[in-house]
Design a protein around this ligand. Structure first.
Ligand code: SF4
Length: 201
């Protein structure tokens, strides 16, 4: 059986690809992630997935439609908070996967997003099932989170880039929120001291 497997990144694809192959399933990867910003980050994640693709002999179809920042922001239509934006982001990516699967006559889709412990697992499953149904496809579900450590070990062994945040600029800001606060506090206190020393002059 062939599956069009939406791939979010290299590290998250390692365990699902191995697991699917062990079950006799033939995964074909589809990299469509307009949610990854900025461009240099996208480039690093693509390079990591290229390494996985070659190490596991795993074919990947690449989205070649360009850097998706503007289209992704426009799909959000101002819904920037985490609760509202992630459902839009999942649907956008899984719907494109379903569309591509139809074009390629692949009857089943799935996603490596189901590997991450940090993603909204139930929502991904629900969205995947819903888009697959709308396109007359099946959605393959497996709780890939069970291979969490195995995937981490494999990515370290391969020496690929492991990203520190989900993908969008908002998730980057959330990831570093404490650091941003610390920086702002430091700048505020140094501005304060500076203003004090100017007054004394
Ligand atoms: S946090 Fe991740 S899933 Fe949510 S909108 Fe950003 S990139 Fe998409």
């Amino acid at each position: 059986m062939k599956i069009l497997l939406h791939v979010c990144c290299g590290p998250c694809s390692l365990y699902p690809v191995v697991s699917l192959k062990e079950q006799g399933v033939e995964p074909v990867g589809f990299f469509f992630n307009p949610n990854i910003h900025p461009f240099r980050e996208l480039e690093r994640r693509i390079e990591a997935l290229e390494a996985v693709s070659s190490a596991l002999d795993f074919p990947v179809i690449w989205d070649t439609g360009g850097y998706g920042l503007a289209s992704w922001l426009s799909a959000l239509d101002g819904r920037f908070d985490m609760v509202s934006r992630c459902p839009v982001c999942y649907r956008l990516r899984l719907e494109e996967t379903a569309r591509r699967a139809r074009q390629m006559n692949i009857p089943v889709i799935s996603s490596t997003l189901l590997y991450s412990r940090y993603q909204r697992h139930e929502l991904i499953l629900e969205t995947g099932r819903s888009v697959a149904k709308a396109y007359g496809l099946d959605f393959y579900y497996e709780d890939f989170r069970k291979g969490w450590q195995q995937g981490i070990d494999a990515s370290i062994e391969l020496g690929i880039y492991r990203q520190p945040y989900c993908g969008c600029v908002f998730s980057e800001a959330e990831r570093y929120s404490k650091r941003i606060d610390r920086l702002m506090n430091r700048l505020a206190s140094s501005s304060h001291e500076h203003a004090g020393s100017i007054k004394e002059m």
